[in-house]
Ligand binder design. Sequence first.
Ligand code: FEO
Length: 182
Amino acid sequence: MIKEKMISALNEQVNREMYSAYLYMSMSAHCSTIGLKGFANWFMVQYHEEMLHAMKIYEYILRQGGEVRLQSIKTPPYTFESPLDMFTKTLAHEQYITASINELMELAIAEKDHATQIFLEWYVTEQVEEEENDNDIIQQLKIIKDNSHALLMLDRELAGRITTVPTDFSKGIEAAMKQSGA
Ligand code: FEO
């Protein structure tokens, strides 16, 4: 039986993941505006990833008999200095998300909530991958500096990122995962 304290903390995480989606959607819009369609694609794919992160927790709360309590999502920034600025902010945000996942895990351990610990393991692994992806692109952008030709080459590469996570959750996460082949 899941405790109210855990349900409340998981609801806060749904909001953090929804904000993450909102932030990357905003970055995607900015990239489209400045003509970097490949970067815009990368951030929109990331938006879908974040929606999955939020929906997995949403469904877990419901499956545990808890109440989903959606909160307002704060306004993300919408102008950025450069692609490097966006990825530096993305990494900083992901580090904040990693810390929040770690706090959730610590709470689940303290509450002897084994089911939630197992559920959260997926997020612990996922955060390693997210930070690694951001770090890789930051390193490339540091090498590129002000070389616009190299920046357009990277833009072309990022245009190739495709959404591999489900985007339709109307039949639940498991059905969505099967349908998307994820
Ligand atoms: Fe849901 Fe990017 O962490």
